[in-house]
Design a protein around this ligand. Structure first.
Ligand code: NDP
Length: 287
């Protein structure tokens, strides 16, 4: 797979992706809107394209790693004709609807389209632990697998181009709420003179161990029966003590109160004896 590759966008992430290609000896053309960002890559063997159009013409496979959906449209819309017959992998973070919009645009233009969501920071690209989610054209994914593997472990979710970004944003939702939970705990102990570092040393192994619960909850959710034996009930999961202790410490109760509301909604609907996993239903069916 020594295909000519062009990378559009040499921000922190685009540079890392292009760097991994250059390191592996791939013929790589690079382009960035503002000058100066390609110097290092060019010194290592990349070819610099003067315009995005030149970059597209220089590659059978085009990688877009721009700021957001709007910048992708801005750069690629005028290049539909040039892109026809080529493959486009867009690893810019976008919403699922935007990924599907790009797939429809690409289909219209005769472009094979694969959407990607990068679950890594630039430093992780090409190292163990980097994971990239893809959906859209199976052909593009299969054909360029060796190249994609240079960036990190790739997972393909099917031909709905929106699925990779849906997973991406779902995973990030989980991450942000977990981090907010960590911040809440750190804020609670702070008035007692505990540093955030000291708290982190306790929180990291505890929360890591708790992730074993994901599969147990998932089995209950997928089984659709929240009454199965051996679960912690919603009534038992009353977060009143957590809220009171947070107030006593003078910290915001917002993070914990949000979880308490999800629990309470199920208790109010008469499901208090059922398992904690049932708060999934509070989220899944908000009304
Ligand atoms: P940067 O802010 O470092 O780079 C943004 C890039 O987009 C630059 O090349 C910039 O060009 C270009 N750009 C912005 N607007 C336009 C426009 N209107 N026309 C042409 N080019 C434009 O961002 P990153 O490289 O970090 O991120 C790129 C994508 O990767 C984003 O979608 C991000 O969400 C995603 N990503 C990033 C991660 C990270 O940790 N950095 C992690 C996972 C995903 P210029 O230099 O001219 O401003």
């Amino acid at each position: 797979d020594n295909v000519q590759v062009s990378v559009l966008g040499l921000g922190a992430m685009g540079s890392a992706l292009a760097g991994a290609l250059v390191r592996a000896g791939h013929p790589t053309t690079v382009w960035n809107r503002s000058p100066g960002k390609a110097d290092d890559l060019v010194a290592r063997g990349a070819r610099l394209a003067a315009t995005a159009g030149d970059a597209v013409r220089g590659g059978r496979l085009v990688i877009a790693c721009l700021l957001d959906h709007a910048s992708v449209r801005e750069v690629l819309d005028p290049l539909a004709g040039e892109l026809a017959g080529r493959a486009l992998i867009n690893v810019t973070t976008t919403r699922p609807a935007q990924a599907r919009e790009m797939a429809a645009w690409a289909a219209q233009a005769g472009v094979a389209y694969l959407d990607g969501g990068i679950m890594a920071v630039p430093d992780m690209i090409g190292r163990p632990g980097a994971s990239i989610l893809y959906s859209g054209s199976a052909e593009v994914f299969d054909q360029h697998r060796p190249l994609l593997d240079l960036w990190g472990g790739g997972t393909y979710f099917g031909d709905d181009a929106g699925l990779a970004s849906l997973y991406d944003l779902a995973l990030l939702s989980g991450m942000y709420v977990m981090f907010a939970g960590f911040m809440h705990g750190a804020a609670m102990v702070a008035p007692a003179g505990v540093t955030a570092r000291e708290f982190a040393a306790m929180a990291a192994p505890f929360l890591t161990a708790m992730t074993d619960g994901f599969q147990e909850y998932a089995a209950v959710i997928d089984g659709g029966d929240y009454t199965v034996e051996g679960q912690q009930s919603l009534e038992f999961s009353d977060l009143g003590d957590l809220l009171a202790a947070s107030s006593d410490q003078g910290v915001s109760t917002e993070v914990v109160a949000m979880v308490q509301r999800l629990i309470q909604r199920q208790i109010d609907a008469g499901h208090g004896k059922e398992g904690f996993a049932r708060i999934f239903e509070s989220i899944r069916r908000p009304g």
